[in-house]
Every structure is written in C-alpha cells, then in structure tokens.
Design a protein around this ligand. Structure first.
Ligand code: GRF
Length: 194
C-alpha cells in the first residue's frame, strides 16, 4: 500500500514509518513526505530518496487555495493512506474531500481527553496519572474523528512536558507503525476478495 506522511516538526513519527516500511514484509511503503513548512522532518525522507514536498500556507492567497494545493500535492503520489504525524495545520474541505476515510492522525493523548495542540501540557496540568496516544480518522473537527487505536502511557512523578511527551512518543511510534500495517493489511485483504 502507498502511504503519504504529513509532518510539521522533527518528524520522529514519520521517521518511524519510513524505517518500518524499509522492512520487506511491512505491508506499506512511504511514497512521499509532505509538510506545511520546510520542516526538519523532511530530511528523513530526503536521506532515504523518498520524495519530500512543502505546501506552505504563506505561499497561497488564502486557506482554501492552500487546501486545494495540498490536496493536489498529496494526490500526485496516489496514496492509499495519508498519515498526519505531527502535522500542525487543520486540513480543509479539499483535502478531506479527496482523502477523507483514508486520512488518519496520531495525537499524544487519550482522545477525547485533551484535544488540540497542547495535549501533553494539558494532561500534566490536569494532574492525570495516566495519559497516552490515539490514532484516529481525521474529520472536519480538531482531533474529533473516530478512534482507530489507543495506548496508555503512565505519568510519572517529576514529569515535565518534555519528559512525558518523549515517553508518549516512544509508544506513539509503535502504535502508529502497528496501526498502519493493520489498516493496509485488512484493506488489502478486502480488495483481494473482490
Ligand atoms: C507527536 O506527539 C504528535 O502526536 C504530535 O506532535 C508530535 C510530533 O512529533 N502532534 P514528531 O514531529 O513526529 O517528532
């Protein structure tokens, strides 16, 4: 299966997928990595000879035009699945229209708890003893789509945001790699029976 990854930051989750996809028995390949900025994470793709693209909001007159350009940039790689892994923009109707139902996101909290861009900080501030990560289908809301998979991560005494987020990302990487494999295998199986 063809996977396009979208990221905005260091891209450690995208890197985990790129690495997993190098295994011959992994049922998906990362065919491109895209970002809304010249993110450091794009380097993980470039280093592996995987196409990397940037679609920056500031290069477009408005959000709708950016959304349409992003949809076209993703479509150029003919993905079966689009994975938002630390992509920090809300996609619009063009991307959702083109890839809704095969666009997933990974979030560093147990949704519906702590949606939004500061999930780890919010869990700490709330005094949570247990948090975790969620892989979910993307819909028009903010981290509101149907949950696909979740995994718990303990909050330990003395945790600050960086330490807790690092512990979550260790689990998030595994959950994402496993969930993508499971999704494309089940879909592939269905296709092969048609
Ligand atoms: C991940 O925890 C993701 O859930 C959140 O931002 C982090 C991205 O990390 N949205 P990286 O850029 O993949 O290292």
């Amino acid at each position: 299966a063809r996977v396009v990854v979208l990221l905005s930051g260091t891209g450690s989750l995208g890197e985990a997928l790129l690495t997993a996809a190098e295994a011959p028995d992994y049922p998906a390949g990362v065919v491109a990595v895209g970002s809304d900025r010249d993110a450091p994470g794009l380097e993980h793709a470039r280093r592996r000879g995987v196409p990397a693209f940037t679609c920056a909001l500031r290069d477009h007159p408005d959000r709708a035009t950016w959304d349409a350009a992003l949809a076209a940039a993703i479509a150029a790689h003919r993905p079966d699945l689009v994975v938002s892994a630390g992509f920090m923009k809300l996609v619009g109707p063009a991307v959702l229209g083109a890839f809704g139902g095969r666009l997933l996101n990974t979030h560093p909290a147990l949704l519906p708890a702590f949606p939004g861009a500061h999930a780890v900080r919010d869990a700490l501030a709330a005094g949570a003893r247990v948090t975790g990560c969620t892989v979910h289908w993307v819909d028009a809301g903010v981290d509101t789509g149907p949950v696909i998979a979740q995994r718990e991560v303990p909050v330990l005494p003395g945790d600050d945001e960086a330490r807790l987020h690092a512990r979550i990302k260790d689990v998030e990487r595994e959950l994402l790699v496993e969930t993508v494999a499971g999704l494309v295998t089940s879909r592939t199986t269905r296709k092969s029976t048609r």
